[in-house]
Design a protein around this ligand. Structure first.
Ligand SMILES: [Zn+2]
Length: 377
């Protein structure tokens, strides 16, 4: 590894103060000073960098992109929290992340699909921060007879109520569309069970990894309908497919890799075994992979082996130590949340990716405050 360790303790300490502490810190001006202009300065002063925050929603997804202009895109909202209506876990963490990032309004809130670990936090989140535009793949098609179907329908209905009550824009997108955001290009490559018909400009090569990815049993759930996003910023390409399933990946990757290679892979489906096939991971050949896993959700050993074995990988990062049977984990330094203990409960630490226009990537672990830089190859 050529990555260079660099201490950035301040941000990690700030996060540990929590939201209340953060507000106090802002009042004292801490959050407006120091080396790290990105996450603490106002939304108009991103310094030409793309900032991406991976919020810990305990095995769901919530990823906040902040473009240099300050325009924001939040992908998914974690889970609902009926036990704590006044301080719901995931919505509170996302709102605190926005605050830390200098985001006072979520300009674009994209829901990859309607499972509760993605759309569930939305009704509580919209009570905390305004949203400019909602983006999704269209109607829910999951029925009550599949496992978890009832909760999917409930999550979708709650989202529909937010849409009906909101004055925000609502956009439904399909494969081939480009999101109307400025500052980075976001191409939709999958949605509502369909994928792009033709390769992107960066794709089109035959994919020899297809043979190692035989079809699995079909799911026929909302996972299959996830919006998949190809994000281009400068020379950097980021892939986020939500929970798109193994079989649907084949439509994008076999026999021809329609997507091309990537610098950053937001690990599909929390690292569960029914996504992240070798056909996908070997062909996209990411330099850095970041996994939205929980202690007992995702982070499958086979996913670890596939990612660690891909040809250009410099580092895999995890939001949690996987505590699943036969777990395989990266070094603690690249894990945001270690196993919770009575004296050290889960703190909801996040990972932050910074992308410079020259292609340099930096990943910061808020638990340690340390960053690793990945220079352009
Ligand atoms: Zn999920």
């Amino acid at each position: 590894m050529t990555a260079k360790l660099r201490e950035t303790m301040r941000m990690g300490k700030l996060w540990k103060l929590g939201l209340a502490g953060l507000l106090a810190a802002s009042a004292f001006g801490w959050a407006q000073s120091g080396e790290h202009r990105g996450p603490t300065a106002g939304p108009k002063s991103g310094g030409g960098e793309l900032r991406v925050y991976f919020v810990d929603v305990e095995g769901g997804q919530s990823t906040l992109f902040v473009m240099p202009s300050g325009e924001s895109l939040l992908v998914d909202t974690g889970s609902p929290d009926a036990r704590n209506p006044n301080a719901p876990r995931d919505a509170s963490r996302i709102a605190a992340m926005c605050k830390l990032a200098g985001v006072t309004k979520i300009d674009n809130l994209l829901i990859t699909h309607y499972h509760s670990d993605h759309v569930g936090g939305l009704p509580q989140l919209v009570g905390m921060i305004p949203v400019g535009r909602f983006i999704d793949h269209g109607p829910n098609r999951e029925t009550a007879d599949v496992q978890g179907g009832a909760s999917t329908i409930a999550g979708y209905n709650a989202y529909q109520k937010v849409l009906a009550d909101s004055h925000a824009d609502h956009l439904t997108v399909k494969p081939g569309d480009v999101l109307p955001v400025k500052g980075m290009k976001v191409e939709v490559v999958s949605g509502d069970g369909e994928v792009i018909a033709k390769p992107l400009a960066a794709g089109g090569e035959p994919n020899p990894a297809c043979a190692a990815s035989p079809l699995k049993d079909a799911e026929n759930t909302e996972n299959d309908r996830s919006l998949g996003l190809v994000i281009t910023f400068g020379r950097t390409r980021i892939l986020d497919m939500g929970d798109l399933t193994w079989n649907k990946e084949r439509g994008l990757m076999c026999p021809v890799n329609k997507l091309g290679k990537f610098d950053v892979y937001v690990v599909s489906h929390h690292g569960l075994i029914n996504s992240g096939s070798p056909a996908l991971v070997d062909a996209i050949a990411p330099r850095v992979a970041i996994e939205d896993n929980g202690p007992h959700k995702g982070g499958a050993p086979s996913t670890y082996v596939t990612i660690e074995g891909s040809s250009r990988l410099q580092d895999l990062w995890q939001l949690h130590t996987a505590e699943v049977p036969d777990a395989k984990n990266v070094a603690d330094a690249r894990i945001a949340n270690l196993p919770a203990t009575p004296s050290s409960p889960d703190a909801g630490n996040y990972l932050k990716l910074t992308v410079r226009t020259d292609g340099t990537l930096t990943v910061m672990n808020s638990r340690t405050g340390a960053s690793v830089e990945y220079p352009t190859k």
